[in-house]
Design a protein around this ligand. Structure first.
Ligand SMILES: Cc1cc2nc3c(=O)[nH]c(=O)nc-3n(C[C@H](O)[C@H](O)[C@H](O)COP(=O)(O)OP(=O)(O)OC[C@H]3O[C@@H](n4cnc5c(N)ncnc54)[C@H](O)[C@@H]3O)c2cc1C
Length: 466
């Protein structure tokens, strides 16, 4: 039986960097991956979607070129070429990652599905490809996959998830999307711009409902302007095959038909294959692994990183999990940096065009805190008043800043609009310093940028009435 100091199961966004780091420190390390190295982000998530988004954006801009005094002639999308560009990008990203790990001394890469078989004293036993390995420490980074609800008739129609959608060689004629959260909205706009008719079906009364109501409404506005159809408060009763492709029956009696149907209805954890019961690792009811803020499971020696621990659902949260572990290995906690997963504010973007950048709390959450007596300051600015946005003719959206009055620290920010995915980092990076917002008021920003307004609008903070 081969023994390793550390075995990492799943090569998502945390494990490859950790495996290389541990191996470079002289540990004997194995990383086990059942599918493609790089996991969801590189192969079926961020990398392909953000690459395809660029083709979609170019198509959109070309269609509107005349508004900017540029004549292009009729615009058509060669879907296969856009998809080829996307696949090349995925391939180069995956090859780069794989090559990096292959070139690392003391690191063994094992292609197969790993699962626990039990313990041998303090050591954990892991089975992969009919071989049993033993390890002193195990790091789980097995991620999530698309959750598809069990609806009547679902087994009678070809249902797509993010992976199978991106594997299509032809653009769907009419894409029905179930779920109006981040993945459904991003993909809806991309496919609309690539030439598909897009209809989005959503159970709740508003899209992206984790955001403030006015933010949801603004997103729906600009997507509707691109003729994406929204069916809200729509609950699916059944699905059936149809001459066009698929038919969806809704509880209010309506029937929607499309050539393809994508389910963007959330993610489920890849934990069942791990045979966690063999070592006693606990999960919640859905299968997400319980950890503390340093990713320790209930079994000393086994840690869970990335989406599987339910403490984040993003590439940067998974990678940050690795950074926290690294700090712990180094025994240092640099001043001002979040070294505890419970303390870091959630930061993310939705890559619609224009994008949404978010960090920390929403206005709705701020109002709840204010109702409990916390003194909170807020300020807002419409993108329609931002000179750079006007010059680019991209005036959808808003900036919203939320500050704790007593500590003068930022509690949250929303940037819906041009550059919002980048500008949010100004606030989230600043939050890591724990500095007063007043220092930012002395900054010297560049004109004309969206960020130039931050010092000015901070001068207009007002107390929030719950
Ligand atoms: C369509 C889409 C778009 C997205 N866009 C963004 C974005 O723009 N920005 C962003 O930050 N996030 C985005 N995400 C989320 C992001 O992809 C994930 O948060 C990120 O991949 C982190 O995942 P992870 O490290 O937890 O593991 P994952 O990337 O999910 O990888 C887990 C790996 O473990 C392997 N595995 C599972 N079980 C086993 C086992 N028993 N043995 C061996 N291997 C196993 C899997 O095959 C997989 O390769 C997107 C997701 C989707 C679906």
């Amino acid at each position: 039986m081969r023994h390793f100091d550390a075995v990492l199961i799943g090569a998502g966004q945390a494990a490859p960097s950790l495996a290389v780091e541990l191996a470079n420190r002289g540990q004997q390390v194995a990383i086990i991956e059942g599918n493609f190295y790089g996991g969801t982000c590189v192969n079926f998530g961020c990398t392909p979607t953000k690459t395809l988004r660029k083709s979609a954006r170019i198509a959109h801009q070309a269609r509107h070129a005349a508004e900017f005094g540029v004549v292009t002639g009729p615009v058509s999308v060669i879907y296969s070429a856009a998809v080829q560009r996307m696949r090349s990008r995925v391939e180069s990203s995956r090859t780069g990652l794989t090559g990096w790990m292959e070139g690392t001394k003391n690191l063994e890469m094992i292609h197969g599905w790993g699962s626990f078989t039990g313990r041998d004293g303090d050591r954990f036993l892991i089975e992969v490809n009919d071989e049993i390995l033993s390890a002193d420490k195990v790091y789980l980074n097995t991620g999530t996959r698309a959750f598809i609800p069990d609806l009547p008739g679902i087994d009678r129609v070809p249902v797509l998830d993010n992976t199978s959608l991106l594997a299509l060689d032809e653009c769907p004629k009419h894409l029905l999307i179930v779920g109006a959260s981040y993945i459904g909205l991003e993909l809806g706009q991309i496919y609309r711009r690539l030439g598909a008719e897009v209809s989005i079906i959503h159970r709740s009364g508003r899209i992206a409902e984790r955001e403030d109501e006015d933010v949801s409404a603004a997103i729906q506005d600009f997507l509707s302007a691109e003729e994406i159809a929204f069916h809200l408060n729509a609950s699916i009763v059944s699905l059936s095959p149809h001459a066009e492709g698929v038919s969806v029956q809704l509880s209010d009696g309506r029937e929607l038909t499309g050539s393809h149907i994508l389910f963007a209805t959330g993610r489920m954890p890849n934990s069942e294959r791990l045979n966690l019961a063999a070592v006693g690792v606990e999960t919640d009811k859905r299968g997400f692994i319980h950890t503390d803020a340093h990713f320790n499971t209930n079994v000393p020696g086994i840690k869970a990183l990335g989406d599987i621990n339910g403490r984040g659902a993003f590439t940067h949260t998974s990678y940050h999990d690795y950074q926290i572990i690294l700090e712990e290995l180094d025994g240092k906690t640099p001043d001002g940096q979040w070294h505890d997963a419970d303390k870091r504010p959630l930061t993310y973007a939705m890559f619609t065009d224009p994008p949404l950048g978010r960090v920390g709390i929403t206005l709705a959450q701020a109002k709840e805190l204010a109702a409990k007596g916390q003194k909170i300051l807020t300020t807002e600015f419409s993108m329609a008043d931002v000179s750079r946005a006007k010059e680019e003719s991209e005036t959808y959206g808003l900036i919203r800043l939320i500050v704790d009055a007593e500590s003068e620290r930022f509690l949250g920010a929303t940037f819906l609009g041009i550059g919002g995915d980048e500008i949010v980092a100004v606030i989230s990076n600043y939050m890591a310093t724990r500095a007063s917002y007043r220092l930012m008021m002395q900054a010297l920003p560049v004109h004309p940028t969206v960020g130039e307004f931050l010092p000015t609008i901070l001068g207009r903070l007002e107390e929030l009435n719950p």
